[in-house]
Write a protein that binds this ligand. Structure first.
Ligand code: MSP
Length: 519
């Protein structure tokens, strides 16, 4: 991708009915790694996240906690959702709340536009609604209940009974977009990823689309339908529009044209909203669909989707308090194949932390730096005579850069890290095989010793550049300790080999100290 291109990446906006768990944190970290990578490339990057604050689910959780919905949302945003971003070292450029005026006014403007274009009509409606999903459920997602709900029909996702709603609603003519959507999917094979997600959406649309109820009258915690104050806008229509309102859709300042289309990272349970309803809304407004909708899998605990309502939620801080934010970010990005489900376990986290971060990466950095100190008085050797072994290592670095770059283009974050880890392993092997501590015993090997430590330091520089989007705290410290020049966050991955190692090394406290497990 050429430098300077626009890269607009978003996470879902999260319901403020509860505090975040690591399933929510996962999308934040993934979007953050992509955003940091693109910023390093020099792309015109914009990273949006935020909170989804209207609808019955939030209203009920507020009531259950004895508060007004706005007060409840303010409390959760301030005490839980914004702090999560800090805990995970997230570099978002904006944070949108759907209760903000900038959002509400633009949602109303958008609806007026759809109405004037003839895509909205009023009708009587009766269907089963799941408040957990904030969705009228299709037959295919209604299953027989178990346990306390034996004999009742429940939502397949929340395992709870639904509510029968009968109202006059406004409808969006979603069914009118079936052919255009299928044609769009066909012409843009990368629009929905991974392939399994794409196939699911294509067959869903092929099986026929129904018009979508987009307003409600039985409660008032939402944005008013501008031409009919009795109705509030359906929470999903309100929420999807955040990707628009945050970048000033309909304004004249050029922000929107500069950023759009977006790359959406979403959980697979909310894929259809993003890959069917959202692009249809955009087509109705004559705007280009998003560039990409990438569906992530679920974090599983004991084989089930982790969720607060099922009491399996783990808060991000439970992990970062012990392992730190870098390790959190690394672990989830590395251990889970991006786009598939992944099981979380403390044992796996601890094993990878020690084997990969502490031993593989951290020790390597400490060893190389301490040898530069010991044998060259802290001065990184420059102008060395290249040797075939050094060239071989640099070739591995080039491959790592190339493979990581192309993996990031496909949002294959785990593959990008695996590509970089080939260099971590190769560097460890290089140091072991070259045995600088043996070379150091003979003054006649001085040039060779210089070449080995110069090459190894340069290799560390490449690792600092490539791993910076994933473990920014550790790489920032490493870059400082090897005397790296310039702002690490602005060094393009393709230029990771440009810095050849020069100047002095400094002190480096262990990047990933060993953690004694209490168990
Ligand atoms: N508010 C809507 C999204 C609106 S986007 C215009 C919503 N919010 S949510 O808080 O319920 O979920 C947000 C995201 O968290 C979803 O993508 C969902 O898939 C994800 N996750 C919730 N639990 C999860 C796991 N256990 N594992 C991974 N992601 C999970 O839906």
């Amino acid at each position: 991708m050429a430098s300077g291109e626009s890269f607009y990446v978003t996470t879902p906006i999260f319901y403020v009915n509860d505090v975040p768990h690591i399933g929510h944190a996962y999308a934040e970290v993934a979007a953050d790694v992509l955003a940091r990578w693109h910023r390093q490339r020099g792309n015109d990057t914009w990273f949006l996240t935020g909170t989804d604050e209207h609808g019955q689910k939030i209203m009920r959780s507020a009531i259950a906690n004895g508060m007004e919905p706005q007060e409840w949302a303010d409390k959760l945003v301030d005490e839980a959702w914004r702090p999560m971003l800090k805990t995970l070292n997230i570099s978002n450029d904006d944070f949108i709340r759907t209760t903000e005026e900038r959002h509400e006014s633009r949602v109303q403007r958008f609806l007026i536009q759809l109405n004037e274009a003839g895509y909205i009509y009023e009708d009587e409606f009766e269907a089963l609604y799941c408040v957990g999903c904030e969705e009228f459920k299709p037959e295919s997602e209604i299953v027989p209940g178990e346990g306390q709900y034996e004999g009742q029909k429940v939502c397949v996702i929340h395992s709870k009974p639904m509510e029968l709603l009968k109202e006059r609603n406004y409808f969006f003519k979603l069914s009118a977009f079936q052919d255009r959507l299928l044609q769009y999917f066909d012409e843009h094979p990368d629009f929905i990823q991974p392939a399994s997600a794409r196939n699911e959406v294509v067959s869903f649309v092929q099986s026929g689309l129904h018009d979508l109820s987009i307003s409600r009258t039985s409660f008032d915690w939402g944005i008013r339908v501008p031409w009919d104050e009795e109705h509030v806008v359906y929470v999903w229509v309100d929420a999807l529009l955040n990707y628009f309102t945050a970048i000033g859709y309909g304004d004249e300042d050029g922000q929107f044209e500069r950023r759009w289309p977006a790359n959406h990272i979403v959980g697979k349970d909310i894929l259809r909203f993003h890959a069917v309803i959202w692009p249809a809304m955009l087509m109705a407004a004559d705007v280009a669909p998003p560039k990409r909708v990438f569906a992530t899998g679920w974090l599983l605990v004991g084989g089930e989707k982790m969720s607060k309502s099922k009491l399996t939620g783990i808060e991000p801080q439970e992990i970062t308090d012990t392992f730190g934010s870098d390790a959190f970010r690394y672990y989830f990005m590395r251990a889970i194949h991006f786009g598939q489900d992944g099981s979380f376990s403390w044992e796996d986290l601890s094993a990878r932390y020690h084997a990969e971060l502490a031993n593989g990466f951290g020790n390597l950095a400490s060893r190389v730096i301490s040898m530069v100190k010991k044998y060259f008085d802290g001065e990184v050797p420059a102008e060395v005579v290249a040797h075939v072994d050094d060239e071989a290592l640099l070739e591995i670095a080039r491959t790592a850069i190339r493979d990581a770059e192309s993996a990031i283009d496909e949002f294959a974050i785990d593959r990008a890290i695996a590509a970089v880890w080939k260099l971590v392993d190769a560097l460890n092997l290089y140091v072991t095989e070259q045995q600088p501590w043996v070379l150091a015993k003979d003054e006649g090997n001085r040039d060779r010793l210089a070449a080995v430590l110069a090459t190894a330091t340069r290799g560390l520089g490449v690792l600092a550049v490539l791993l910076n989007p994933v473990t920014p705290i550790a790489t920032g410290r490493l870059w400082g300790a090897i005397g790296g020049e310039g702002d690490l966050g602005a060094i393009a991955p393709v230029q990771a080999l440009d810095w050849r190692g020069s100047g002095r090394v400094g002190d480096l406290a262990s990047l990933f100290p060993r953690i004694e497990q209490e168990s």
